[in-house]
Design a protein around this ligand. Structure first.
Ligand SMILES: NC(=O)c1ccc[n+]([C@@H]2O[C@H](COP(=O)([O-])OP(=O)(O)OC[C@H]3O[C@@H](n4cnc5c(N)ncnc54)[C@H](O)[C@@H]3O)[C@@H](O)[C@H]2O)c1
Length: 397
């Protein structure tokens, strides 16, 4: 969107990734490159706006450094990976008067925008309760949360924050009231050594007797669908030969047996939450389904929708009004021009709203500001505390 933004600099220790961004900058002669965010910030204010897309545990330092230099931010979720770090980022933004858009991209999808409009129009009357489900998908779980960057909570984020802060954000946004209390349960059940196939070695590349039937066999990374995932962690995924990929897997963390990793984040978790006005919500995160589903129950009707409805029935939402002879209303949400690629159109929607969010006279009008995003993170941290302690956690409202 060169009419709205100029890309002026990029920082990444992997030079090839900086080159990709330079390519997007359209051959700008004075484009600056740095081997790290730290090096970029040491050179002074890099730009009016900085996109922070480093790993979760780096967000606090990178976000605060950029804001102290006078930059506004597009900040990847999570805001930070710990509660105190998240509060520190928020306090810095307040102290410095900076604008921060958090990448809760689902707020910008046509699907959730339609759900929100229906709820605000009173289509189901007063909201009484809701049930949300997030199916991570087994391969995605193995790639990111067993073998990948978000597999160990101590060095990354708890699962309910890393994957489900989007869902916490949707609940807070759609129910449109503060969360008061949360209880949660969850565990790591499947991706453990106890579930490993007989004779499975530490690495798939060591010759596993279960390779032909194991759905997590790392050699699948060389298949077309596998390469899509591989591209997120191996820069040569597209052009590499199968042999080069297998060689890379021999030493990479993504070549490890999915049952013999050092992962400790959960593969399923539930929460039960109470919101202001005694509105209640349940949420399930599971590795063993694909896509998001929602049910929202109101005094006048029920709204259901998501991946299952779309796949089975071909439309996006079903609105059932209470009453003897009410026919369910089937609702299709218009597909954006670019299709549903990129988080259901959310990546596209967020980028197209970014300039307006960063320049609108009233910062409270921003759809996904740091201030409104805090609620989702407070819910996620409370859920994790509850899961660990077994106690209901009350949120300060
Ligand atoms: N909004 C969403 O739905 C969504 C989706 C995916 C990822 N994310 C978030 O985006 C962030 C990045 O995720 P990813 O999958 O791209 O991770 P990644 O590890 O692939 O990318 C992080 C990048 O940061 C670079 N880096 C490391 N140290 C650096 C430093 N000191 N200075 C500058 N760059 C440095 C790495 O080389 C790498 O290219 C994470 O916080 C993740 O949670 C959000």
């Amino acid at each position: 969107m060169p009419d709205q933004f100029s890309l002026v600099a990029a920082a990444d220790p992997v030079a090839a990734r900086v080159d990709v961004i330079r390519g997007h900058a359209g051959g700008q002669a004075d484009f600056r490159t740095y081997p790290s965010a730290e090096a970029m910030f040491a050179a002074g204010k890099p730009a009016d706006v900085v996109v922070i897309a480093t790993q979760d545990a780096q967000h606090r330092a990178h976000a605060i450094q950029a804001m102290e230099l006078g930059c506004d931010l597009l900040l990847e979720k999570p805001i930070a990976h710990r509660l105190d770090d998240t509060l520190a980022v928020r306090d810095a933004a307040r102290r410095l008067g900076r604008r921060v858009v958090v990448c809760h991209v689902l707020r910008y999808t046509p699907f959730y925008a339609r759900v929100q409009a229906l709820l605000r129009s009173g289509a189901i009357g007063e909201i009484v309760s809701a049930n949300f489900i997030e199916g991570v998908q087994p391969w995605h779980q193995a790639h990111s949360f067993v073998r990948g960057h978000w597999s160990v909570a101590a060095t990354s984020s708890p699962m309910i924050l890393a994957k489900s802060c989007h869902d916490m954000d949707l609940l807070a946004w759609l129910l449109d009231r503060p969360c008061e209390a949360i209880s949660s349960h969850g565990a790591l059940t499947h991706f453990t050594a106890a579930q490993a196939p007989d004779g499975a070695p530490p690495r798939c590349t060591d010759g596993c007797p279960a390779a032909a039937t194991c759905r997590y066999d790392a050699h699948l990374y060389a298949k077309p669908e596998g390469r899509r995932w591989l591209a997120m962690v191996f820069d040569r995924a597209k052009e590499a030969s199968d042999a080069e990929i297998f060689d890379w897997l021999r030493t990479s963390r993504w070549g490890r047996c999915a049952y013999r990793c050092d992962n400790d984040v959960v593969d399923h978790q539930v929460i039960a939450a109470r919101f202001a006005g005694a509105v209640t919500a349940t949420f399930t995160m599971t590795a063993f389904d694909e896509g998001r589903h929602l049910e929202i129950f109101g005094t006048e009707g029920v709204l259901r929708g998501g991946a299952f409805v779309k796949k089975q029935l071909g439309y996006d939402l079903v609105l059932t009004r209470h009453g003897w002879q009410q026919e369910p209303e089937k609702i299709s949400v218009e597909t954006p021009t670019q299709g549903y690629a990129g988080h259901g159109g959310g990546d596209h929607g967020l980028m197209h709203t970014l300039h307006a969010d960063l320049t609108c006279p009233d910062p409270t009008a921003m759809r996904s500001s740091l201030e409104v995003s805090m609620q989702s993170h407070l819910m996620a941290f409370a859920a994790e505390e509850s899961r660990r302690s077994g106690q209901t956690v009350t949120l300060a409202v």
